[in-house]
Every structure is written in structure tokens, then in C-alpha cells.
Design a protein around this ligand. Structure first.
Ligand code: CAA
Length: 391
């Protein structure tokens, strides 16, 4: 591995769902004061997948523009990160590989460790690029977060995919080799194979996250990482956007700093624009934070960005990167805003029906209703096989 080689995020593309449920609509149903959602957790609305959308359709929608711009000749690996797996054996990335017509000489694999695995996929990709800088890796993080109807987690659902092209001499973010790591065996959030909704101990999950911030940062400094003052912005995992503020306050307090709220807003405020309207997209969430930061109006060239990736259970990693000069010409800001604006507002009854929808398990032929206006759809199930098609 060459110490001089720079590698990082060369392109980044976001996709989300057909539908959106606002927190006003949810509050009318739950009886909660809407300010609890808007101010308390920092969420305005959440993306809801249509009957014919899932992690594969969102992932293909996010990745297609990357292939259209760069081709697939140099991509020999797809790493798909998710905790909304659709099969216990087959990697979801293989369906994306097929929908996008990628070459057979491709390695495809799926990674899991709650919301952290998008970062595991990125690190996997960086290792491959350092081994052969002529190659690029397609990293996809896609999830649909789902809690039981009527539970306190319900307000923190959402769905999105982020596709990233990882390459040498990247156009967007150069990433450092130094990382801070943390793992602890904690049951703060989990989903047994037989459940379609996650189980969570809400307050325990927040303290587990904060403990992981501290642990990952401590290791990062012990590994010779940069100092806190070097960073212009921090992208935290955002199960709800207020969590990023809590995490940053905690990091400042760990350093013995008095917390100045204006500093906290400066550090994380620009990363929350997409997450506040999309909701928790688990593995994709921190990278939606990066997309919002880059797509915002501030010029970031040369600024250092700190990343804190957290996955319940729990694993965390702190790492850093620099925004590359000229990055603005490579952004997909209009595409990202269009993906958010395309969503159709749904009422609570429609959301509830989608939430309760499940596939029959009899192995028969079951077509899904045509709902998405996106480029790919889940056409149905036949003989226990998921059938995808371009729309
Ligand atoms: N006006 C303004 N603020 C209000 C309010 C009002 N009327 N009513 C309540 N609030 C505030 C509360 O004071 C609280 O703020 P603080 O945290 O700053 O004290 C906030 O709104 C939330 O209120 P509660 O704690 O009473 O809310 P809750 O009990 O309904 O649960 C939650 C909130 C724990 C986040 C819950 O939504 C949940 O369990 N979510 C899923 C788990 C989760 O996201 N955990 C985060 C860490 S784990 C992780 O990051 C991995 C992952 O992706 C899941």
C-alpha cells in the first residue's frame, strides 16, 4: 500500500422512496404534540417505500447515475451494506448488478452490523483501492427502518439508499487511513430473524451511542488522529437529527469544553437537511448527512470533515477526510432535491396499510401493485423468488 496514494469518495448519489408521511400526520394519530417531533427529535417527515419498492430498487436508483457518469469498466466490486436484508443467503447487490447490466467479472457481497455496515463497506472498498488504484468500488448503503406501529420508535422511521464510488484521486472527499474503533456487546437495538420490525430500548440506545462516540474518539486520538479543532464539520449517524447534536455536545464535554450551542450548530447543522425530511435510513444515514453538507451553499474546499458511524449492538468508527478542490462540479444536488420532492404525501391509513403489508409465504405467483414512479420496481414474487424490473 502506498502512503502517498489518496483514496476516497469520488461520486455520491442519493435515492429515496415514492411516499412521505409528515410528522404532523403522525402527531394527529398518536396525539403527541408535533413540537416533540419537530423540535424534540428534529424530524419533519419520513420516507415510506411503496409496495413495489425496497432496498434493491432504492439501491439501483441511487447507483444508476454513477454508472451513467463513470461506466462500469473499472468497478470490480460491489459492497452492499444493509440491515433490511431480503434474503438470508443471496446478496441484495446481485439484483442491483443485474438491473444495471454490470459485467460478470464483479465481486458482490453484502455486509451487516446495524447502521455501521455502510462504513465497514467503505473501509473494505478503500482497502481494495489501495491494493489496486486502477480499480473502483461501488459501495451501496440502503435501508428501510421500521418499528412497531404505536411504538416510540415509530417517529424515527425512514428509508433511503446512498451509492458511492470509491476510487483513487477522488473528486469529492479524500479519506485518511487513521480510524478510531469501538465495540461493546450491548442490546440497545436489534431485530431477530422472525421479526419485521426492530426492537429497541430507546434511552439505552442513546446512551450506548454516546458511549460509542467517546470510545471511538478515544481510540482515534490514540491512533494519532487529528485534533478536534481541525474539523470544519462533523457527520454523525442520524437516527433522528437531534442525535447528531447530542453526540457532538457529548464529544465536547468529553474534552472538558464548555458547550457553546453556536459551535454545535456550526459543526453539525449543515449535515441534517436531508435526514430531517427522510428519517432514519440506518446504513445510509451518515452518508445522507455528508450529501446534505456537500450540497449546501457553503464552500467547503479544503475543510476537514469528521465522521462518526454508529451501529447498535454496538460498533462505532471515527474517521476523517478533506473536501477536494473543485468538488462542486461533481455534485448531484438537483438530483437529490428532485428525489425528495418527487415523494407523494400519504395519509395515516395508507402508511398503516403499507406498514402492515407482508408477502405471502406460499411460493405462489404474487404481483405487487404498480405504485413507484422510480426507474426500478419489485414486480412481485414467484416460486419464493423476488422479481425486479426496470419500470
Ligand atoms: N416540545 C419540544 N420537545 C419535546 C416535546 C415538546 N412538546 N416533548 C418532548 N420533547 C423532547 C424531549 O424532551 C426529548 O428531548 P431530549 O432527548 O433532548 O430530552 C425528545 O423530545 C424526545 O422525547 P422523549 O425522549 O420523551 O421521546 P420518546 O420516549 O418517545 O423516545 C426515542 C424518543 C428514544 C428517540 C424513540 O423515538 C426511539 O426509541 N427511537 C428509536 C431508537 C433510536 O433512534 N435510538 C437512537 C440511538 S441508537 C442508533 O442510533 C441506531 C439506530 O439507528 C436505531
Amino acid at each position: 500500500m502506498s502512503a502517498d496514494l489518496t483514496a476516497g469518495i469520488h461520486d455520491l448519489s442519493v435515492a429515496t422512496t415514492q411516499y412521505v408521511l409528515t410528522h404532523e400526520t403522525l402527531a394527529r394519530q398518536t396525539g403527541a404534540d408535533v413540537a416533540k417531533y419537530h423540535k424534540g427529535i428534529g424530524q419533519q417527515s419520513m420516507s415510506v417505500p411503496a409496495a413495489d419498492e425496497d432496498i434493491v430498487t432504492m439501491a439501483a436508483t441511487a447507483a444508476a447515475p454513477i454508472l451513467a457518469r463513470h461506466g462500469s469498466d473499472r468497478i470490480r466490486t460491489i459492497v452492499f451494506a444493509t440491515e433490511t436484508g431480503i434474503d438470508q443467503a443471496k446478496a441484495a447487490g446481485i439484483y442491483v448488478h443485474s438491473l444495471l447490466g454490470m459485467p460478470s467479472a464483479t465481486r458482490v457481497v453484502e455486509l451487516k452490523q446495524a447502521c455501521y455496515s455502510g462504513t465497514a463497506a467503505l473501509q473494505f472498498a478503500l482497502g481494495l483501492v489501495h491494493r489496486d488504484p486502477s480499480r473502483q468500488v461501488l459501495v451501496i448503503a440502503a435501508d428501510s427502518s421500521k418499528y412497531e406501529l404505536g411504538s416510540s420508535g415509530e417517529a424515527t422511521q425512514g428509508a433511503a439508499a446512498v451509492a458511492m464510488l470509491v476510487a483513487a484521486d477522488p473528486a469529492l472527499i479524500r479519506l485518511d487511513n487513521t480510524s478510531g474503533l469501538f465495540t461493546a456487546d450491548i442490546m440497545d437495538f436489534w431485530r431477530p430473524n422472525y421479526l419485521t420490525t426492530a426492537l429497541v430500548d430507546g434511552q439505552e440506545s442513546i446512551s450506548a451511542y454516546l458511549q460509542a462516540v467517546e470510545g471511538a474518539w478515544k481510540d482515534y486520538t490514540e491512533q494519532g488522529g487529528r485534533s478536534l479543532a481541525d474539523f470544519g464539520a462533523f457527520c454523525y449517524h442520524q437516527p433522528f437529527t437531534k442525535m447528531a447534536y447530542k453526540a457532538h455536545r457529548h464529544l465536547l464535554q468529553y474534552h472538558g469544553h464548555d458547550v457553546d450551542e453556536a459551535d454545535v450548530v456550526r459543526a453539525v447543522g449543515r449535515t441534517t437537511g436531508y435526514n430531517s425530511v427522510i428519517g432514519n435510513s440506518y446504513t445510509a444515514s451518515m452518508y445522507l448527512g455528508l450529501a446534505a453538507l456537500l450540497d449546501g451553499s457553503d464552500e467547503l474546499t479544503g475543510q476537514s470533515v469528521g465522521f462518526l458511524s454508529y451501529g447498535s449492538g454496538s460498533v462505532a468508527e471515527f474517521f476523517a477526510g478533506d473536501v477536494v478542490p473543485g468538488y462542486r462540479t461533481h455534485l448531484r444536488t438537483d438530483q437529490h432535491r428532485a428525489a425528495i420532492d418527487r415523494r407523494a404525501d400519504i395519509d395515516y391509513a395508507t402508511y398503516r396499510a403499507l406498514h402492515q403489508r407482508s408477502f405471502p409465504t406460499d411460493g405462489g405467483d404474487h404481483a405487487t401493485p404498480r405504485e413507484t414512479t422510480g426507474p426500478y420496481r419489485l414486480a412481485g414474487l414467484s416460486g419464493h423468488k423476488r422479481i425486479y424490473e426496470p419500470r
